[in-house]
Every structure is written in structure tokens, then in C-alpha cells.
Design a protein around this ligand. Sequence first.
Ligand SMILES: [Zn+2]
Ligand SMILES: [Zn+2]
Length: 339
Amino acid sequence: MVLNQLCDLKKERQPLALQDMPEPRPADNEILIKVSACSVCHTELDEIEGRTPPPLLPVILGHQVVGRVVDNGKQAKQYRVGDRVGVAWIHSACGQCDFCRTGLENLCGEFRATGRDAHGGYAQYMTVPEGFAYDMPSVFSDAQAAPLLCAGAIGYRSLRLTGLQNGQKLGLTGFGASAHLVLKMVKHRFPDCGIYVFARSAEEREFSRELGAVWAGDTIDEPPQKLHCIIDTTPAWKPVVEGLKMLSPGGRLVINAIRKEEFDKDDLLKLDYPQHLWMEKEIKSVANVARRDVAEFLELAARIPLIPEVQKFAIEDANMALLELKERKIRGAKVLMID
Ligand SMILES: [Zn+2]
Ligand SMILES: [Zn+2]
């Protein structure tokens, strides 16, 4: 399923086209993967609508990929044909800069993203440098493993950046694929933390309560207590402003979004310094993922085990999955299945 041109999803209902592309060949340090499952991410909407546009078109989207190695480049030795591997948002980085050398390759100036700067997993085959593939724990089926690679891994990084300690109160504003995995992760790692969920849709609130949220309300509802930290996974600004108000002194709000949309940017003008920022409150964003996040998260997910709720689509129905995501018809993670 190929993106040939950027478009507005409110007008264009078929952003991707089913078409043949030449089978990719692995470069010397790459592996060739036969894809079996690829999860759908909100970032794909940002790419299609031009908020984080692919530098070259046409491009194959998709950065939560599970498949099997079918060929090795001349110097690729890490995997054998038949091994099951995963590919995440980070497709490569320079390996030389200060960021890369200190495990912060997510911040590298030459960071390349899977399914944006290189072809991704909405396809039968893809290539990736061998050092940027991951062993997939056997407790997960292909469909269950796919959403762990972005929603889960970036959720793990967001949680790391909140600095949450056991016993504290965590807010989640927005309750899609990433947030529901964070909730499950927190319940395992920090069993004494209360989780407070803000979501616009009653379905999402209900879902969060089923999974163990102690409280769930609308974006603007006030929880019974102030929160130590909040992770925002929405594309909007209002939840940021509202979230800051709900933090306790010294609290931190972590924005887990690659881009924000423009429609409610005016809400930022409601930012009131004493109410929203004073008392040493912080805002921080999450950028990409480092390999360490993906690898550590997969290990943790297998130990829990953290089995994501998935909704499967045939690869031909990628457009439908994307539109449902755009329209926030969400219950767990959407996964494209590829034969
Ligand atoms: Zn993603
Ligand atoms: Zn670098």
C-alpha cells in the first residue's frame, strides 16, 4: 500500500494505493524481511497530511513491523534466514555523533525513520540495517507483537521521561494504542501508582476503567487529586493546557506526539502562568525511540506478559484502518495482516 501524494484525509478517503513495487534488495549491512504484520500508527496520519512529510514519494509507510528474515546482505551476520524479527520507528542513525555514542540515537541529526525516510512495512517485503532489528519474544503472535514496536516502545520511553515513582499518581490524557499499553506497564512495574485517564470518548474511558484506571473523565474534568505526572498522547493542545492545571507542584507533563495539529492551537492562549506553569511544573516532549527503549520494552512486555488488544485488517484495507484512526474509532491497536 503506497503513498503517492500527500493529502487531506477529510477530503481524500483513499490516501494509499495498492500497487506493485520492485522487491527490495538488502544492502551489505541489511536484512531482507518478509513482512507478516504491521501495526497502524497515528504518525502515519501526520505523514499523509504533511505534518511530518516523507522526503521522497512514493513511499511505503509503516514502522511497527514483524516478519521473518529471508535474505542477508553480504556483511549481515546477526540473523539467520527464518528468524522472526521486528522493526521499529528508528531505521538508522549515524552511529558516530555524541547522541549516538551515548544511547540517544533518537536525537541524532541523521536519524532516519522507518516508513518515512525509508520504505516501511505496509508491504510484503522490506529491508533494514541488521543492527536496527529486534528479536521478537515468542509469547507474542505476529499481530500482538507489532503494536509493541511503536505504541509500546514509545510509551516506555515516555514513562521513563516522566520519572514516575511507585506510589505516585500518573495521568494519561488520550487513551489510544500507546496509553493502554502504558497503563498495563505501570500496573506491573509500579503497582501502587493510581492511574487517571482523560479521554473524550466514553468508550475509551470505559475501556480504561476495565483495564484498571482508578478514575476516568473527559479532557476537562478535574480528577479528585492532583497528579505527579501526565503523559499526553493526543494530537491536540487543549489536553496540554488542561493537563498542566491538574499537575501537583513540581509535576511534569510529557508530550508523546511527533506533531500537534493546528485546529485548537488557540487554546494555548488560555495558558495562565500561576495556574498552569508556576510551582516548578515542567513540559517535556518525547522524540522517536532509541534502540534501548525498544529492546528493554520488549523484554518487559514478554515478562509481564503484556498482550496488546488488537484489531486485525487485511493489508488491502489499510485506508479503512487509517480513517478509523483519524476518526478516533479506537479499541486497542490496529494491525495490518500480510500474506
Ligand atoms: Zn508510531
Ligand atoms: Zn548520530
